[in-house]
Design a binder for this molecule. Structure first.
Ligand code: MN
Length: 247
């Protein structure tokens, strides 16, 4: 914007009017690939395939940034600390550690359960979401398996949402499959995973939602059902379909 101002007689000058929008403070979010854990640690942070603000408005950027750079980072840091205290666990993959909680030395078993589970579950969760979710679809095989169990995709979504909203306190809701590709819904408390030997219902997760308040409270506050409804808008069905046929 500019105005023509008359400074002296016959002398016209152009003066700039400040654009009101420059007064708005812009929040700059970090880059997921910059999130690190201590150098010597076995497990690392891997970044994300999208930026913190790419899942907005369904999951807001601040929630994504804190969730990834603080919560997930802490699980990895503490998992590394636990392994330092139990060197016999060095060399085991994350999957091996998490699937065999009972085999962990007692002194670090709870830490492996909570922080190994936290690292595993969050790594899974980030891959499950995409800014391009609306262009993804469930494969024919996956759709058939969902229809066989729940009669339709819509019914499945209703039942999944019931599971997710039914978790008391912090935990996860999951769609899991067994070796015959039968699907089931299950939930876990805290950072337990259906792949754990201690899980009440074991299976391979192909879809899951983090229902800890840290996953949604900034945007959705106490309305977990709204968060679950928003989740469908960022769910990458191509990834779910891929996991359905793997293993
Ligand atoms: Mn979380």
């Amino acid at each position: 914007l500019s105005l023509i101002s008359c400074k002296k007689e016959n002398e016209l000058i152009e003066v700039q009017i400040p654009d009101p929008e420059v007064e708005i403070v812009q929040t700059i979010f970090g880059n997921p690939v910059d999130v690190k854990v201590d150098e010597g640690g076995i497990f690392k942070m891997k970044g994300l395939k999208y930026a913190y603000d790419d899942l907005a408005p369904f999951i807001d950027a601040k929630t994504m940034e804190i969730h990834h750079s603080k919560h997930h980072q802490t699980y990895v840091t503490k998992l590394n600390e636990a392994i330092e205290k139990a060197p016999e666990l060095k060399g085991k993959s994350l999957m091996e550690l998490v699937a065999n909680i009972n085999a962990a030395p007692e002194s670090v078993r709870t830490a492996i359960r909570n922080h190994g589970g936290g690292h595993f579950n969050h790594s899974f969760f980030w891959k499950l979401m995409s800014p391009d979710a609306k262009n993804t679809t469930a494969s024919a095989e996956l759709t058939a398996a969902i229809n066989a169990k729940w009669t339709s995709m819509d019914n499945f979504k209703v039942e999944f949402a019931k599971s997710a909203t039914g978790v008391f306190g912090s935990g996860w809701a999951w769609l899991i499959k067994d070796k015959e590709n039968n699907l089931s819904l299950t939930t876990t408390a805290n950072q337990d995973s259906p792949i754990m030997d201690i899980a009440a219902m074991r299976g391979k997760p192909i879809l899951g939602i983090d229902v800890w308040e840290h996953a949604y409270y900034l945007k959705h506050q106490n309305k977990r059902a709204d968060y679950v409804a928003d989740f469908w808008n960022v769910l990458d069905w191509n990834q779910v379909s891929k996991w359905f046929v793997e293993l």
